[in-house]
Design a protein around this ligand. Sequence first.
Ligand SMILES: C[S@@+](CC[C@H](N)C(=O)[O-])C[C@H]1O[C@@H](n2cnc3c(N)ncnc32)[C@H](O)[C@@H]1O
Length: 595
Amino acid sequence: MEELLRWGQENGIQLPKGIEFIKDGKKGFTCIYSNPQDLQTPRFIAPLNALIIGELAEKVFGTKNNGLLKFLLAKLKYDSNPTLIDNNTLDLQKKFAPYINVLPTVPDSPLIWNPREINLLKNTNLGNSIRERLYAIFEQWHNLIENNIFLQSFKLNIGNDLELFNQWDELSMQQIYDEIILKTVNSTPTHWCSFSAYLWSHLIFTSRAFPEYLINPKNCDEYSIMLLPIIDLLNHNYTSRVEWSTNNNRSFILTLLNDNIEQGDELFNNYGPKGNEELLNGYGFVLEDNICDSVTLKIKLPLPVIENILKNEPSISLPTIDDYTTYAFEVDQKSNLADDKTRTAENYKDGITYLLNTSNDTSLTSLLQVFTFLSKHDSEIVSFSIRARLDGLQGLRNALQNKLHILKYKVPDHEYLQYEIDEYRSYCSKIYRESQIKILKHSINVLKNWEKQWLKEFKPQLLTMDKILKYDTGFVETELPACFADNTSDDISFDSTFDLFVLWIAIKIQNHSFIEKYKSVQSDLESYIARHSNNEKKFTINEDTVSFYNTYFPQKDKQNKIKIENIHVALNYVRDNSFTRSSKLQETILVTSNK
Ligand SMILES: C[S@@+](CC[C@H](N)C(=O)[O-])C[C@H]1O[C@@H](n2cnc3c(N)ncnc32)[C@H](O)[C@@H]1O
């Protein structure tokens, strides 16, 4: 560390007076405010010349991008040859050695956990996506090699990795770990161009890179990253007030704005309002009671459905992962990404992303709008009918309930026993999972409350089978039994309240027997029939109807029964005008437009 600080001084890095860096177990280095007199507004300044930035990669590889910058870092760490630039006047290897030497040998992330540890994350978003994300990095590595002449010249040195890349689909997680990841974990890559070296570099960048546009707002890609030696030693605290800025010389400046810093306190950067999923994945740690925590829900819809929403329901918010700024600062320059109005369905080919949290219900509201949209029947004229809203809420609630159920499943630890479980990783998985469960439970409770309010608000338009059985005594005592009078078996059982509703409507049509209390249903039904009178398809008996009919009226006792035409109309009407509360024993509720 002394060597690095000396190096920093020689390279123009300015640090606040009165701080020191101390090694602290799991956190790595911590920056401690050890001398109160000297410290006013702590400011860290790193000049352009001390940064590891795309321009250096361009000098080495001919072009610049984040991937090549990662290759450069891997070269600085694992190549024993010099990396000469500027007409061979500068050796980057030598220049950055004090910094490279202090970088963690294994930046933690579930991407490099052993298979038994990965099992701890089973059924979580992180656990479910590890293989896929590893492949994405491997593919990035492969594409860079294939497309860069300088890197191509090393292909013979990395033949084994190229072969593993081609065999990826056949590799088990255990093989991936033993044959690929372990080399990163043990710092034993066979070559600086190898995937294991690249993976190390990738993890270094994910856990400590800054966006380049902070110092280069006009001249870099939105996602370009850079390394800020020494400044990147500050740990994260989401309450830390920080300002990230630059000056005319493109130096990076970090100012800590917190009041009341006392002797012995740790000085923190703020990596942004990141949830535990992002922290664990990118930085290898979690925070208990993290108020920034969220559950990511990614919804993939067919592109025509997205097109339909964009065209016809512009009020429905369709965020992508890019909409969630997770940096601690606001930038003047707006994202180059298409904003809501100019987005096309293509922008959503990887899914719509919603982040649920416990502090506000914005995402839940937007999600509910999508589920309501998906619940809309063709026959409904308005998009957000009461039925579609209640049905959408059921759908969303079921989806969250399923996710919760899966997350709560206790994963047995009986596989991969040859690997050890690291205690801290076990702790991180536990905190991450528990927090996901807590957020999901919160969201489900919010939905339950909304449902309760709506059921109350829309009560005059909602009809349950319990009510019918209570008030329509003629139906219960005479009409329904008459239908099944010839039935040879003792008991008739109805598969669901949905079926019973269909039979009720069909019987009422056939017998013209709507009781006074349910005249509103009759007139709703009549207007439904009138509305669809031109729709031949709707009134042509189909397989569904025949199957329903045969279920309740088997071949032999059909003479005196309900006409299949009436069953058909009733089936259509109930289907188009009801929703089913799966939370309450599959209870179907009929929604009429008349009060
Ligand atoms: C940008 S680096 C900070 C410097 C780091 N302490 C080091 O020695 O290299 C980010 C890493 O620091 C650790 N870290 C940062 N903030 C932390 C926190 N609040 N709790 C635990 N670990 C933290 C994690 O290992 C993370 O990947």
